[in-house]
Design a protein around this ligand. Structure first.
Ligand code: NDP
Length: 329
């Protein structure tokens, strides 16, 4: 019997386990062109919080009472499509469940890179692509730039750190707590700010970036974004990837240094990774090269069992993960 987490109610503020319900999906025969996949890895990602709200956005909201969705890796256990054979490992978007029945055109084979399959949900998947295109294309990071990245111990941030180092940048990361900061440093960051230490981010950043920053890769918003505005050099580029600090509160951020954008001719640009999907080959080519050269490390925080999925998701908002947060089935 297949089971899936559905959205039971829409959260106000921080979601709780009560917003989700585990239901039996039953089992139906495959139609022509469909495949049945036994999921082995599920992704939980911060953007899912936005989809829990009933508002118009770049992705439609999750429907009440319907299974949640998200990236997943699994094995084809039954196939009525000539595109996939039983036993093949594939990726698709019907996560938050143990078994998925999908038309074959909604299923993709895994790219041919020598990494564990679950890496395609993290460093070699959507979060890695976000880091790659956000840093190189949106922020235009160049050799010699000083790059500041928030949530640097997370899936996107830890990849930003390593790509920026591979590109010859000076890197300053920010993360919550000494242990995470030590890990970010082990990835090659030149300086790391513990934003939970009590020192305001604007002060801490000023101490490690005395000449200012050329690039800010924003995963957090709020105090981090304001600090980047305070220390942006002439012509600094701010790539706005995410603002996890405001996803639950929805609170407006006070940006005391916003007006520095003008005199410093800074550029601020938001982006969505899906706009770059047709350029995935460039991402795999460069990431594959850096992997071979020993320039990429990966860490995953793994929760076991389908039952653990909401808890894994909620852990993203309290810093429960180092590297990519995953659920293993
Ligand atoms: P992470 O793996 O970075 O997990 C989230 C991390 O955010 C936590 O571990 C925590 O780390 C940190 N965090 C949570 N709340 C706060 C807070 N209030 N202030 C500061 N840090 C906080 O997630 P991802 O790498 O998957 O995503 C990172 C960001 O990128 C998110 O904002 C996400 O929405 C965005 N994103 C955007 C995409 C796009 O296309 N634009 C695509 C993919 C992701 P710590 O312990 O250090 O606080």
């Amino acid at each position: 019997m297949a089971r899936a987490w559905t959205l039971k109610s829409r959260p106000q503020g921080l979601p709780t386990a009560d917003n989700f319900e585990l239901v039996d999906l039953g089992r139906r025969d495959l139609g022509e062109g469909e495949v049945r996949i036994a999921n082995s890895w599920l992704s939980v990602d911060p953007y899912m919080r936005g989809r829990m709200n009933d508002v118009k956005s770049y992705t439609p909201p999750f429907e009440l009472g319907a299974p949640m969705q998200g990236g997943a890796i699994g094995t084809v256990v039954e196939s009525r499509s000539d595109r996939f054979k039983e036993g093949e490992t594939v990726q698709h978007f019907a996560g938050w469940r143990d078994e998925a029945v999908l038309p074959a055109d909604q299923v993709q084979p895994l790219p041919q890179i020598d990494v564990d399959p679950q890496a395609y949900l993290g460093q070699f998947g959507m979060p890695g692509m976000t880091a790659y295109f956000g840093l190189i294309e949106v922020a235009g990071a160049q050799e010699g730039d000083t790059v500041f990245v928030s949530a640097a111990a997370g899936a996107v941030g830890s990849t930003v750190v390593q790509i920026a180092k591979a590109k010859g940048c000076r890197v300053i990361g920010s993360a919550g707590g000494a242990e995470k900061c030590a890990w970010v440093e082990s990835l090659g960051a030149d300086a790391v700010i513990d934003y939970k230490s009590g020192t305001p981010v604007v002060k801490a950043l000023g101490e490690v970036a005395r000449n200012g920053i050329d690039v800010y890769f924003d995963n957090v918003g709020g105090e981090h974004l304001d600090a980047a505005l305070a220390h942006g050099k002439q012509g600094a580029r701010l790539a706005i990837c995410g603002m996890i600090d405001v996803y639950n509160s929805g609170k407006a951020t006070e940006l005391r240094y916003l007006a520095r954008l003008i005199g410093m001719r800074m550029r601020v640009q938001g982006f969505i990774v899906s706009d770059y999907m047709d350029r995935a080959a460039e991402f795999y080519r460069d990431m594959g090269g850096w992997l071979k050269d020993g320039k990429l490390q990966r860490h995953e925080t793994v929760r076991d069992g389908l039952e653990a999925t909401p808890d894994a998701f909620l852990g993203l908002f309290s810093g429960g993960n180092t590297g990519k947060m995953l659920v293993r089935l």
